[in-house]
Design a protein around this ligand. Structure first.
Ligand SMILES: Cc1cc2nc3c(=O)[nH]c(=O)nc-3n(C[C@H](O)[C@H](O)[C@H](O)COP(=O)(O)OP(=O)(O)OC[C@H]3O[C@@H](n4cnc5c(N)ncnc54)[C@H](O)[C@@H]3O)c2cc1C
Length: 510
């Protein structure tokens, strides 16, 4: 780091800041590529090394993103066209939830926010209309156009749109292994030194990592170590990092995934999350294959039973020899940055695949890390580390409460999993929000701006599940006539976009 001491008139100049990332999964390469676009690695001021083990394969299944990924890619200096081509990218309007509630067979969580004309009133307008005629039970159609675009297979952007922009915000589906490979090429071209070897020993003293001992016999010293070793959290644990489990609130702890062939995909521009007996399955369509997964609780199903239910749900599509089983470690480290070690990705924490938050946390922390690097000196790492850890914990806990709500507000009680999942204890944050919302809908002032999932997302999930405030005195003041006129206008608008934007499959040439 730019050292006060070493910035003195030494003829050799300051010692370069050395960042050593351990882990060659999505998080390691996302971090390396992003940092490399913001700093030049010239061996004098900065040096970056990425070490990955040949013995431990990356998790390689993070295949759906939220729409902030566009900002990450653009800010990392990556061409959207190349990214889509090399990573089998398809567009994602949001998530369709199927079977999560008896109230509606399905509902949609889009990325867009309700149109400006509604401002904060979309929820109130919806509640009033819903109480009146009962005709507006679908909040997703009420709050915007994106769920209609998704269901009609319309692309969120045209070829002539500037990169990373469309008529509505959009995320991606991507091939996780291709994505890591794509980023690896870019990061190494930008000067990141890549070493393939297993870290056998982490040597530390006084709460900091001194050096790593690699299986190839080399030792690596650095100023900052970035732990991207996945669930192993190999570096941060060495510094006494403690894991705070989220298993009490979120019951799923296992997953089985399987790739499916092109013949079994429909190139849908959205992810589907379908509630099942002991969890939920996801459908992700890429350009030439699909990703399917069953995220479940091992308390209720063995891996064999889970695969059986999974393959019954996708008749004729799943080949057991391609199935991969995972144990999920739900929760986060007490501090994501300890001493001179910063953990990101699965090493820092994981919240199950719902709402595609894994890569979102990586993008977010890569940005935080760059902020820290800009102002780091020899003697202020601790204060920046605390800042980084505080923000990550707050973000993680906020998103965790949101994921919890998906289960706890469901009215499914048909299996033991659902009876237990819906009655599991609420986190303090979820309990606080739900008591506020007994008498009103989620609103903008309930959130600090830290998490991507704010009032609009909560409304989509809560209203979609059939939740309503128990008492809502403010409904009387809503001008329903104007609201209904806007509602009709939304459909016309969505139909218009379907004529100006191409079909998703046509855009991608599928
Ligand atoms: C079933 C499932 C579905 C998911 N779906 C999504 C999704 O749709 N969207 C989303 O955003 N996220 C999703 N995630 C999360 C996503 O997969 C991860 O956030 C993402 O892959 C980042 O992982 P990672 O790079 O942190 O860890 P990993 O991919 O596990 O990489 C760990 C790396 O560390 C290296 N390593 C480990 N130990 C050592 C050692 N001792 N020495 C040297 N190297 C070492 C390994 O070689 C590997 O390269 C999902 C996760 C699971 C399990």
């Amino acid at each position: 780091m730019p050292s006060k001491k070493s910035n003195s008139n030494s003829s050799k100049g300051p010692k370069p800041l050395h960042i050593c990332i351990v882990g060659g999964g999505s998080s390691g390469w996302m971090m390396a590529t992003y940092v490399a676009n913001h700093f030049k690695f010239d061996g004098r001021k900065l040096k970056m090394t990425l070490i990955e083990s040949a013995e431990v394969p990356p998790t390689g299944v993070g295949e759906a993103t939220i729409h902030t990924m566009r900002g990450y890619l653009e800010d990392a200096g990556i061409s959207e066209e190349k990214f889509i081509k090399e990573c089998q990218g398809t567009f994602k309007h949001g998530i369709e939830f199927v079977g999560w509630s008896d109230n509606t067979p399905s509902f949609f969580h889009p990325f867009e926010h309700p149109p400006v004309v509604f401002e904060n009133h979309a929820a109130l307008n919806f509640l009033k209309a819903d109480r009146g005629e009962g005709a507006m039970a679908r909040y997703d159609y009420w709050a915007g156009i994106q769920s209609r675009l998704a269901r009609n297979g319309v692309s969120p952007r045209k070829k002539s749109d500037i990169p990373y922009h469309g008529i509505v915000p959009y995320g991606y589906h991507l091939d996780a292994n291709a994505f890591a490979h794509f980023l690896k090429k870019i990061a190494t071209q930008r000067g990141v030194n890549h070493i393939i070897s297993h870290v056998d020993k982490v040597e530390s003293s006084k709460g900091k990592i001194d050096r790593l001992h690699l299986r190839n016999g080399k030792q690596i010293e650095a100023d900052i170590f970035v732990d991207c070793t996945g669930f192993a959290a190999r570096l941060i644990k060495e510094l006494g990092g403690e894991f705070i489990s989220g298993a009490e609130q979120l019951l799923v702890d296992s997953a089985v995934t399987c790739q499916v062939d092109a013949k079994d995909i429909e190139s849908r521009p959205f992810t589907t999350a379908t509630a099942r007996n002991a969890g939920w399955t996801f459908d992700i369509d890429l350009q030439t294959r699909g990703g399917r997964g069953y995220v479940y609780s091992s308390k209720y199903l063995s891996p064999d039973e889970a695969f059986k239910e999974f393959s019954d749900a996708y008749p004729g599509q799943l080949d057991e020899s391609r199935a991969r089983h995972f144990q999920l470690r739900i929760g986060r480290m007490d501090k994501a940055w300890k001493g001179n070690c910063c953990a990101i990705g699965l090493a820092a924490g994981f919240l199950e695949p719902m709402e595609s938050t894994g890569l979102y946390f990586v993008e977010y922390t890569a940005r935080l890390f760059v902020e820290v690097l800009k102002s780091l000196t020899d003697d202020n790492m601790e204060v920046h580390a605390d800042w980084f850890s505080g923000i990550f914990s707050e973000l993680f806990d906020e998103v965790s409460a949101f994921i919890e709500a998906h289960y706890k507000l469901s009215n499914r009680r048909d299996t033991q999993f659902w009876r237990d999942a819906t009655s599991a204890p609420h986190s303090p944050r979820l309990a606080q929000l739900l008591s506020l919302w007994e008498s009103r809908a989620p609103g903008q002032f309930d959130f600090t701006g830290r998490s991507f999932f704010e009032a609009e997302s909560w409304q989509a999930i809560l209203f979609g599940l059939g939740w309503r405030p128990q008492k809502s005195h403010r409904l009387a003041s809503v001008d329903q006539k104007t609201a209904l006129a806007h509602f009709r206008e939304l459909k016309v608008h969505a139909d218009r976009i379907a004529t100006t934007n191409p079909q998703h499959a046509d855009y991608l040439g599928l």
